[in-house]
Design a protein around this ligand. Structure first.
Ligand code: TYM
Length: 331
């Protein structure tokens, strides 16, 4: 049976890239009654230097943000990764069949380690932990943005390798990308890069929790090109095309329709329209996030119940893995 799994790091505010590429997909899958498991992957977010106080605040805020975005804890399992010990343990087992050469090859590792003098071991092992997240639930489908594709390929390889060495255990998970349009939302400051939580320039993103005036300001300042018409061409005009994608998502209109309606507008005027549409779209989400944030005990309760359900599944898988590896000594 299909089982859908995905994860998100509690590192700072959730932006519209996370939302379009991943979270909105999760809500859709939830509403189609898919068997869905979602993890707030705090173990992943300590692979780069971090501030403990901020992390615990971020975990709570992310929980509220997911609920505010429409995730219903009665329909999906939503939990904090470090509360389910099986992830780290399965990561160890999978780490023993991973090779350093393969991990050193992964683009995210290369990118993130490039500027570091001392590279944490955790950053290197990151994708093995991600594979453990997925395989702990014998997941079959992984809805993510495009930047995760290579890491999930590694997971597929590890699953195949484990199965062939130790016997059929894991299904090979499939990557699910919403669409090339939403799977890679670009930075507002540099449309050749993806929108990212870790970009030091806050003007590069639209966060779900940004105040309306901040959203308007950042979209107004979005880098486009020297052509003033509103037309879509992801290759040649990535800046304006990115804004068109965002506009199309939040209004539900097709890109064609939007371009026609914007025929008499220049990009400057169009940006204001995009900003208004985004503000109107996120307003109700923001209100729900704020409501949830005011009820900390409810949020903690959601996470506790999620961890219990997730542990039940993950512990069974871990037990099976231990048996297959020959760690269970029978009397
Ligand atoms: P993270 O926290 O960076 O991002 C969460 C999700 O948002 C997607 N995303 C984007 N989609 C479109 N455009 C963008 N600009 C954009 N930026 C981010 C990401 O692709 C992701 O789906 N390693 C993962 C977390 C993880 C995970 C897992 C995911 C850990 N274990 C197991 C799936 C399965 C990450 O850092 O996501």
């Amino acid at each position: 049976p299909p089982r859908v799994f995905s994860g998100i790091q509690p590192t700072g505010s959730i932006h519209i890239g996370n939302y379009l590429g991943a979270i909105s997909q999760w809500v859709k899958l939830q509403d189609q009654n898919e068997d869905l498991i979602l993890s707030i992957v705090d173990l992943h977010s300590i692979t780069l230097p971090h501030d403990p106080h901020t992390l615990s605040t971020n975990i709570l805020e992310l929980t509220a943000t997911l609920l505010g975005s429409g995730i219903d804890p009665n329909k999906v399992i939503l939990f904090q990764q470090s509360n389910v010990h099986a992830h780290a343990e399965l990561c160890w087992c999978l780490g023993c069949i991973s090779t350093m050469a393969r991990l050193a090859h992964l683009p995210q590792y290369k990118e993130k380690s490039a500027s570091l003098k001392n590279i944490p071991l955790g950053l290197f092992v990151y994708p093995v932990l991600q594979a453990a997240d997925i395989l702990s639930y014998k997941s079959t489908h992984i809805p993510v943005g495009e930047d995760q594709v290579q890491q999930i390929q590694l997971c597929q390889e590890l699953a195949r390798m484990f199965n062939s060495k130790f016997g059929e255990t894991f299904p090979i998970p499939h990557t699910m990308i919403t669409s090339s349009e939403y799977g890679r939302i670009k930075s507002l400051r540099d449309p050749s890069k993806k929108m990212s939580k870790s970009d030091p320039d806050e003007k590069s993103r639209i966060c779900l929790t940004d105040a309306p005036d901040v959203i308007v300001r950042n979209i107004k300042k979005a880098v486009t090109d020297f052509q003033s018409e509103v037309t879509f061409d992801a290759e040649k005009r990535p800046g304006i095309s990115n804004l068109l994608s965002i506009h199309s998502f939040v209004t539900g209109k097709s890109i064609d329709t939007i371009c026609k309606e914007a025929e008499h507008l220049d990009t400057g005027r169009f940006k204001l329209e995009v900003a208004d549409a985004v503000v109107a779209y996120v307003k109700p989400i923001q209100d729900t996030i704020a409501q949830h944030l005011s009820d900390k005990s409810y949020l903690l309760n959601v996470l506790a119940q999620g961890a219990e359900k997730a542990s039940n599944i993950a512990n069974d898988t871990l037990k099976e893995v231990h048996e297959k590896l020959g760690m269970v000594v029978k009397s």
